[in-house]
Design a protein around this ligand. Structure first.
Ligand SMILES: Cc1ncc(COP(=O)(O)O)c(C=O)c1O
Length: 472
């Protein structure tokens, strides 16, 4: 591509993105297509000769866009958010333009130093302990895996890396913890059988006494308790595990405490919500995702550790071709996580933090939480809906219950969800709490306004009434 064409299309693409953001509301949130529909319309082989950008862009709009689910849609209420923002998108353009690889200080000095600065900012914003040091990971899954690997090494005196795990090390998590923890346990070699799911209380938060009991039982049975993963904002219902009590058990029992606050961590920037991290002072590691609720394009996960040397000792490898003359003076983040190569993720975070300021982000998060309160108020006031979990943040768990037998309610709610999502007017997802099928309305898109939440409620209520009266 010659430089003039690049310039022309560069301008056009930014225009396209701006129009896309402005017009998102008029698109169906999720496409109405079947698996394979898009693939069947694409050539089976790559073109022999290069094609014209006009044609490629045209195909993007006609073939690809209709097959996309629009995460930035104001009526996005599915999963958790992965919200982005114009400053973050602009930074991503610059990042791609520079095409820098940030594995060590020498390969991108400013990237390393900006990562240190932005994560120090985040640490202050969330009120994390001053002696925690941050590093950006691609995902919370990778950060949790890093925590599990470091915990394993610490517990074995750094011998598992050389000899493998010789004793049955045990990991504890609540029965509501995210699947990424189990994945990490598998990859890190603990073995699924050495994972203990601790029961939760009425708010779906881990019961510390049950944790203590399980640890003691394991000790007496010859197992080696190693690591506890607490969740602040569980995926199913945004439950907050009591960090203070859990940290105290970990301190007494000398267990690694990792805190997974992938979604909820952002809320700690609100003084009135900082309580969700009470007790984090006792954690060894902590992760939250600016790529979920902090306006930063996927991917960007902020991972904080109390003892960076333990993390580095777990991962470091020193091949000659990566050595530099400044290794002793800098942070070579290649040894702070799993991949060697690293994207310049700090740039978009820096753009977001500077462009919105702490107050701008607080304002958005506060509004999302307020609207979750508004929506849950509708649920509470309705004769045929019920709230299925407390609403500490911006996720509302509820179900339709018109009084029919319990065994029919799952199917009723499944039908309701299918019909709502098929309308294209919103997108929600489901979970199970205590075995019951539950609908989740998760608020967090940047473009969401009060009216989208009100419209969602009206739509849900109308579809539910229809379902009840037609006796589906
Ligand atoms: C509590 C929790 N932990 C971890 C994850 C995984 O996040 P990631 O996609 O960054 O690995 C999620 C995803 O929603 C989550 O809700």
């Amino acid at each position: 591509m010659d430089k003039d064409t690049f310039r022309t299309f560069g301008h056009r693409f930014v225009d396209w993105i701006a129009d896309y953001m402005e017009g998102l509301e008029h698109l169906p949130v999720a496409p109405s297509i079947r698996p394979g529909d898009i693939r069947s319309r694409l050539p089976k082989e790559a073109p022999i000769q290069g094609e014209d950008m006009e044609k490629i862009f045209d195909d993007f709009r006609t073939l690809i866009l209709p097959g996309m689910t629009h995460w930035q849609h104001p009526s996005w209420f599915a999963y958790f958010p992965a919200n982005n923002s114009p400053p973050s998108v602009l930074a991503e353009i610059l990042t791609a333009g520079m095409g820098a690889q940030c594995m060590i200080w020498q390969t991108s000095p400013a990237a390393e130093e900006l990562e240190v600065v932005t994560l120090d900012w985040l640490r202050g914003m969330l009120g994390l302990p001053e002696d925690m040091t941050g590093v950006i990971q691609d995902s919370a899954s990778s950060a949790t895996l890093a925590a599990l690997l470091t915990a394993r090494e610490k517990a074995t005196g750094y011998t598992a890396n050389t000899s493998g795990i010789q004793t049955p090390l045990v990991v504890y998590l609540s029965e509501e913890a995210h699947s990424s923890v189990e994945k990490g346990v598998k990859i890190a070699g603990y073995g699924n059988r050495n994972l203990r799911r601790i029961p939760t209380d009425d708010s779906f938060a881990m019961i510390p006494e049950e944790l203590e009991r399980a640890v003691e039982k394991d000790r007496q049975s010859g197992f080696s308790p190693c690591c506890v993963v607490a969740t602040v904002g569980t995926t199913s219902s945004s439950a907050i595990d009591p960090l203070k009590e859990i940290a105290e058990i970990c301190r007494r029992r000398q267990l690694w405490l990792h805190v997974d606050a992938a979604y909820a961590g952002t809320a700690a920037i609100l003084p009135e919500k900082r309580w969700i991290l009470d007790g984090v002072e006792g954690a060894d590691s902590f992760v939250f995702n600016p790529h979920k609720w902090m306006l930063t394009n996927f991917d960007c996960s902020a991972y904080f550790v109390r003892e960076p040397s333990a993390l580095i000792r777990t991962f470091e490898i020193h091949p000659e071709y990566l050595k530099t003359g400044v290794d002793a003076q800098v942070k070579n983040f290649r040894d702070w996580g799993i991949p060697l190569g690293r994207r310049f993720r700090a740039l978009k975070l820096w753009f977001v933090l500077r462009s919105y300021g702490i107050e701008g982000i607080q304002q958005m998060v506060r509004r999302h939480i307020e609207w979750a309160g508004l929506f849950s108020g509708h649920i509470k006031d309705s004769p045929h809906f019920e709230l299925m979990a407390p609403v500490p943040l911006s996720l509302v768990c509820f179900r339709l219950n018109d009084g029919r037998p319990e065994e029919e309610l799952d199917e009723l709610n499944q039908t309701l969800l299918e019909r709502l999502n098929a309308s294209g007017k919103l997108l929600m997802t489901q979970t199970r709490l205590r075995g019951q099928y539950v609908l989740r309305l998760s608020i967090g898109a940047r473009l969401t306004e009060t009216r989208h939440v009100e419209e969602a409620w009206q739509l849900i209520d109308a579809f539910a009434r229809d379902l009840i009266t037609t006796g589906a």
